[in-house]
Design a protein around this ligand. Structure first.
Ligand SMILES: *[C@@H]1O[C@H](CO)[C@@H](O)[C@H](O)[C@H]1NC(C)=O
Ligand SMILES: [Zn+2]
Length: 378
């Protein structure tokens, strides 16, 4: 008879339970660090005094194909106040060309995180716990900074793959790793008036479209709600390329009007930031949609109270709201540029799937293809 000694080392992480968020108290939750979730205009401004922010974003890997579109439609654009027009890139690591990410950064666009792996199935993200998300997001921040030569503190935003929330976990990781805002959480019930960005110190009033959503009190990170568009049938879509009843894909005029109708809901409403969230491939395969989008940006760039900016500049305004008359006199955003000495690396063996990868980086080559748990590929 064998004596079996069961050493029951509890594998259950006895992580301290987070406090449940309670109803927001407007007298305690004050800018610049705290804001209740609400459709009220920050600073109590009248909508006509609010700069109408437009947030153009692109998701996924940056590569030699899609950079052509970014160069063609974004570079050289300015707002009516003379400042460069911004856009935000939610970049996933696999197949990303970091030399091109460096170019986007040095052109003044914002580089944010869209995870290291962007892996399927979607349930991976729904179930991702703190440790997984440290590897996917906090480690990706170090990785992006290292290979694209972007100062770590300039990387502030997160969009989770498939807009699949992970309850409290992604926000806990953000709070612990100095990430400033999340732009993954759609709302279909606070569209008009639109839900302004807010913090999670207190309970959110936002509808949970892709559960699980956070319910703990997590001071620090901001939620930048993805205010849905309405398609031609009145159904909500979180991203411009996920609308179902769209105008014909080859009809530029109809698309221009479609975009404008959605924009005007914000512009003539409470001026909550207007999101133009899209994937580059949708523009590449639909030239009429691309043309309509360019026309829309031209229109916005000529309005004297609307501004295409980096997502992070919206959060900064919400933290310190000032009327548009003052906003237009502010100096443009400044940042330090980081020239890239390009290196081509490969073949790099990948330890997770055995494939060979090639990378373009602004740093020394990694030993293996960087992946979960080894973000620098050492
Ligand atoms: C978030 O934290 C709260 C408070 O500890 C808890 O009640 C809730 O179940 C958590 N949600 C998820 C999805 O982890
Ligand atoms: Zn994606």
């Amino acid at each position: 008879m064998r004596l079996i000694l069961l050493l029951s080392l509890s594998a259950v992480a006895l992580a301290a339970e987070l406090p449940l968020a309670t109803e927001c108290d407007e007298t305690k939750c004050l800018l610049p660090r705290c804001r209740c979730s609400s459709t009220n205009v920050p600073g109590g401004l009248a909508p006509r005094d609010v700069p109408q922010f437009v947030s153009v974003t692109f998701d996924d890997a940056v590569n030699v194909i899609n950079i052509e579109t970014y160069r063609e439609i974004l570079y050289g654009r300015s707002n009516s106040n003379g400042c460069p027009a911004g856009a935000t890139f939610y970049v996933s690591h696999e197949y990303t060309n970091y030399v091109l990410v460096n170019e986007l950064y040095n052109r003044g666009y914002e580089v944010s995180l869209h995870s290291m792996t962007h892996q399927t199935p979607q349930t991976y993200w729904a179930e991702a716990d703190y440790d997984v998300l440290v590897k996917e997001l906090a480690d990706q921040k170090r990785q992006m900074s290292h290979f694209a030569l972007i100062p770590e503190q300039e990387i502030r935003g997160v969009r989770l793959p498939f807009l699949q929330m992970s309850g409290n976990a992604s926000f806990q990781v953000m709070a612990d790793s100095g990430l400033v805002y999340d732009n993954s959480w759609p709302t279909v019930s606070h569209v008009n008036p639109g839900l302004w960005p807010y913090t999670l110190d207190y309970a959110s009033i936002q509808d949970c479209v892709v559960p699980p959503c956070p319910s703990a009190s997590i001071p620090g990170p901001w939620v930048m709600p993805m205010i849905s568009w309405s398609d031609l049938n009145g159904s909500p879509c979180s991203m411009a390329d996920s609308c179902f009843f769209t105008p014909p894909l080859d009809d530029e005029n109809a698309w221009y009007n479609f975009i404008l109708t959605n924009f005007e809901r914000h512009y003539r409403g409470n001026r909550a930031p207007f999101g133009f969230y899209i994937h580059e491939w949708y523009l590449a395969v639909n030239p009429a949609v691309k043309a309509a989008f360019v026309r829309f940006m031209n229109y916005v760039n000529n309005l004297n109270d609307a501004f295409m900016v980096n997502a992070n500049q919206i959060i900064e305004w919400v933290q310190n709201p000032i009327p548009v008359s003052e906003y237009i006199r502010r100096p443009c955003r400044r940042f330090s540029s980081t020239p890239c000495r390009m290196t081509g690396c490969g073949p790099l063996r990948s330890e997770h799937n055995g494939l060979d990868y090639w990378m373009q980086v602004c740093n020394t080559c990694p030993r293996v293809y960087p992946w979960l748990g080894n973000p620098l590929g050492t």
